[in-house]
Design a protein around this ligand. Structure first.
Ligand code: SF4
Length: 310
């Protein structure tokens, strides 16, 4: 196992010869060196890709790079996993280990979509819960890491889990919430969570710069195809570029609406709106995706611009 060095010297030397942009300063010090063993949660988006590239830049070889496959990622995301795997191999890094939730007797579904379809409902996030992420992304990784390092954990060791929250405002907030979730008193003694991008001060723009400078592929935004967090512009883009994905979303909404639970608290996958409301006419769809005026003033948009690609 090769891990992050415990002194800043070797890291600084590695960084000096790396492809990392000069603007991205290395900020790991002796006191906060990452402890072994080291496991990366790789979501196949910009942040986690940059985190892995950053480890390579600083001469750190993680023990595991885990990608939790919900079975409903977009094709571009699967392609990125494949392309980045090749980049990792060419750069002497460990490959990506794909983990998936295992079907059980009581919950026999193979994918997040099957889960919702069989239960005649929507993805949990549509109801304001993050249990879909816990069930399809966090738990499969936890189980794998727990089994992989069983002897180490039994001996009282902990595993460092690296999460790719960047140093921008939004992700800093997410990291705070995550710390609140995982930190004491409910802290899981098996894991020590770290947020390397924040320690390095890399925001999203820096992440993209680092990925490009290293010659690695830049991914699109990573999320399930039918993720309820998708913005209206993203939904419009899917409607016209990925009609199969859009059709599956509309079918799921219809099944949930007419199913055993019905839809009482939300309208559809968008919570306050259904994806099926997206017009088939491109001009009308673009209008539908615009932020609505409120009280005579245009509401400040929090939606990401098209295209989906970062
Ligand atoms: S990407 Fe969205 S739908 Fe998929 S697990 Fe995460 S929150 Fe749930």
């Amino acid at each position: 196992m090769t891990h992050l060095a415990t002194t800043a010297g070797p890291l600084a030397a590695t960084a000096a010869t790396s492809a990392a942009p000069a603007a991205v300063a290395h900020k790991i010090t002796t006191s906060d060196a990452i402890l072994a063993p080291l496991v990366v949660s790789f979501g196949a988006g910009v942040d986690s890709t940059a985190m892995v590239v950053g480890f390579w830049t600083y001469g750190v070889r993680p023990d595991l790079i885990l990608f939790a496959d919900t079975g409903d990622e977009l094709e571009e995301t699967y392609l990125h996993v494949w392309l980045f795997q090749a980049w990792l191999e060419a750069h002497g890094m460990p490959g990506i280990t794909v983990v998936r939730r295992k079907p059980t007797k009581r919950a026999p579904y193979e994918t997040i979509y099957e889960n919702a379809w069989q239960n005649e409902t929507l993805y949990d996030l549509a109801f304001g819960y993050h249990s879909c992420s816990a069930k399809w992304k966090v738990e499969p990784q936890d189980k794998y890491v727990d089994a992989y390092f069983r002897a180490h954990l039994d001996a009282g060791g902990t595993v460092t889990r690296c999460i790719g929250f960047d140093a921008g405002d939004r992700d800093s907030e997410r990291a705070c919430k995550s710390r609140g979730t995982f930190a004491a008193p409910k802290a899981d003694p098996r894991w020590t969570y770290r947020y390397p991008l924040q320690e390095w001060g890399w925001d999203r723009a820096a992440c993209i710069e680092v990925i490009r400078a290293a010659g690695a592929p830049v991914p699109i935004k990573s999320a399930c195809g039918l993720c309820p967090a998708r913005t209206k512009p993203e939904i419009v883009e899917l409607r016209f570029t990925r009609p199969d994905v859009f059709a599956r979303a509309v079918a799921l909404e219809e099944r949930a609406r007419n199913g055993k639970h019905g839809l009482r608290s939300v309208k559809g996958l968008g919570r306050r709106f259904a994806w099926s409301e997206c017009p088939s006419d491109p001009v009308a769809a673009a209008e539908w995706a615009k932020p609505k005026k409120r009280g005579g003033r245009r509401k400040k948009s929090t939606q990401l611009p098209l295209p989906l690609a970062a």
